[in-house]
Ligand binder design. Structure first.
Ligand code: UD1
Ligand code: UDP
Length: 379
C-alpha cells in the first residue's frame, strides 16, 4: 500500500462534531457520482477522507475527474490497478483494512456496484464499521454480471441503504432488508448533471470531434458485452448498420477494456463509427446533451440520457434502471444487429418529453443530512 497523495480534505481545524467518514472509491462512475456528496461534506465542514483503491488509474479514467470536479485529493491511493476479480477484490480488501485500522472512521461510504464497492463494504463491515451504500437496491437479476453480485452483497452488509427510487427500495424490502435502514434519496447522478451542465455547455470540445453537427454517441464497456468475441462483433455490426442506414456518424469514446478486446479479437470498426479517447466529464456531458441518440451499456449513461432527454438504446438484455424504460427514455436492444437497428429507428421517433424519475438533484444533500442526524446522535 502506498500513499500517493498527501493532504486531508478541507480545513479540519474548525470541523464540526466528531463523526469521521471514509469515502471509498476507485472508478470513473464512482468519482462522478460521489462528487455531490463530497461537495456537501466539504460545505458542512465534516471530517472525511477519500480512500482511492486505484481500480481506475489512467489519467482520462481517474485524475481528470478530480481536477475537473474540483475534488479534494485522496488521502490514500492503494494503486491496486487491473486484474481478475479475485485479484482486484482481494488486494483491495487487504489495503482497505489497513487504512481502516489506522484511520478508524465511524462510517464508510461506497457508491454503486464495482469491485471497489464490494471490497470497501466487506472490509468495513467485518471491522464493525458502519457502511452506507449510495445507489442501493438496483437489481438486474442477472448474476452473469459481476456488478449484480457486488450490489447484492454490498446491500446485505450495509447499515444505511440510500436507494435512488421507490422501486429500488422495494427490491431491498423484498430481500428482507429492514425498512429502517432504507432511505429513498434520489440518485446523485442527477445532482452531478445539474451541477455541471452549464459548465459543460460552455466547454470547448476537442477540435474535429465529429464530422457533422448531427451525430450519435456510443459507450460500450461491460464485461458481458465486450469480453465475448461473438457478442462484441454482433454489436459492432449492428452499430455499423445504424450509421449506414441513418447516414449519421457514431462517436465512440472508447473504454480501455473495449480497446483491448477490439485489438485482441482483430475486429474491424465500420466506417461510420469514429473511435476517440475517453472524455472528461464536461466534454462528455456536452456531447451527450447534443446527441440525437445514445447507444450504451453503461449504467450512468442510461441515467444521464434520461435526465437530459436524449433517447437511449441500451445494448443489453436487461437493465437495473427500469425507471428509464418505463418513462420511455430508454429501450433494450440486446446484441442482435437487426434489433439494434430497429430500436434505433424507434427511439429516433421518440418525443423527448418524458419526466425524470431519478431524483431532484438534492440526493447528496439528503444523504449527508441523514448521516449527520443519525450518526451525530451517537457521539
Ligand atoms: C469497472 C467496473 C464496472 C464499471 C466500470 C466503469 C467492476 C467489476 N467493473 O469495469 O462495473 O462499469 O469499471 O468504467 O468493478 N483499464 C485501463 N485504465 C484504467 C482502468 C482500466 O487501461 O484506468 C483497462 C485495463 O486493461 C483493465 C480493463 O480496463 O484490465 C478493465 O478494468 P477494470 O477496472 O477491471 O474493469 P472495468 O471494465 O473498467
Ligand atoms: N463518462 C465520461 N467520459 C466518457 C464516458 C463516460 O465522463 O468518455 C461518464 C459519464 O458521463 C457517466 C460515467 O462516466 O457519468 C459512466 O461511467 P461508466 O460508463 O464508465 O460506468 P457505469 O456507469 O457503467 O458503471
Amino acid at each position: 500500500m502506498e500513499t500517493v497523495y498527501g493532504g486531508r480534505n478541507g480545513d479540519l481545524q474548525d470541523k464540526k462534531g466528531e463523526m469521521r467518514i471514509a469515502i471509498i472509491l476507485g472508478t470513473r462512475p464512482e468519482i462522478i457520482k460521489m462528487s455531490p456528496i463530497i461537495k456537501e461534506l466539504k460545505k458542512r465542514r465534516l471530517d472525511f477522507f477519500i480512500l482511492h483503491t486505484g481500480q481506475h488509474y489512467s489519467y482520462n479514467m481517474d485524475r481528470v475527474f478530480f481536477d475537473q470536479l474540483k475534488l479534494p485529493e485522496p488521502l490514500y491511493n492503494l494503486q491496486i490497478g487491473s486484474g481478475t476479480h479475485a485479484e482486484e477484490t482481494g488486494k483491495m480488501l487487504i489495503g482497505i483494512e489497513r487504512v481502516l485500522i489506522k484511520e478508524r472512521p465511524d462510517i464508510v461510504l461506497v457508491e454503486g456496484d464495482t469491485n471497489t464497492v464490494l471490497a470497501g463494504a466487506l472490509a468495513a463491515s467485518k471491522m464493525h464499521i458502519k457502511v452506507g451504500h449510495v445507489e442501493a437496491g438496483l437489481r438486474s437479476y442477472d448474476r452473469e454480471m459481476p456488478e449484480e453480485i457486488n450490489r447484492v452483497l454490498t446491500d446485505h452488509v450495509s447499515d444505511y441503504l440510500f436507494a435512488p427510487t421507490q422501486k429500488a427500495k422495494k427490491n431491498l424490502l423484498r430481500e428482507g432488508i429492514d425498512e429502517s435502514k432504507i432511505f429513498v434519496t434520489g440518485n446523485t447522478i442527477v445532482d452531478a448533471v445539474l451541477q455541471n451542465l452549464e459548465l459543460a455547455k460552455a466547454v470547448t470540445l476537442p477540435p474535429r470531434l465529429s464530422d457533422s453537427n448531427e451525430y450519435f454517441l456510443l459507450t460500450l464497456h461491460r464485461q458481458e458485452n465486450v469480453d465475448k468475441e461473438e457478442r462484441l462483433r454482433k454489436i459492432i455490426k449492428g452499430l455499423g448498420l445504424v450509421a449506414r442506414e441513418f447516414k449519421t456518424q457514431i462517436l465512440y469514446p472508447i473504454h480501455p477494456r473495449t480497446r483491448g478486446r477490439i485489438s485482441q479479437f482483430s475486429i474491424q470498426i465500420p466506417e461510420g463509427i469514429k473511435l476517440i479517447e475517453p472524455l472528461d466529464y464536461l466534454s462528455f456531458l456536452r456531447l451527450l446533451s447534443e446527441a440525437r441518440l445514445v447507444f450504451t451499456d453503461s449504467g450512468g449513461v442510461q441515467e444521464e440520457a434520461c435526465i437530459l432527454r436524449v433517447p437511449c438504446v441500451t445494448l443489453r438484455d436487461n437493465t437495473e434502471r427500469p425507471e428509464t424504460l418505463e418513462v420511455g427514455a430508454n429501450v433494450l436492444a440486446g446484441a442482435e444487429p437487426d434489433s439494434i437497428l430497429e430500436k434505433a429507428e424507434l427511439m429516433l421517433n421518440k418525443e423527448r418529453n418524458w419526466p425524470n424519475p431519478l431524483g431532484d438533484g438534492k440526493a447528496g444533500r439528503r444523504i449527508v443530512k441523514i448521516l449527520e442526524d443519525k450518526l451525530s446522535a451517537e457521539f
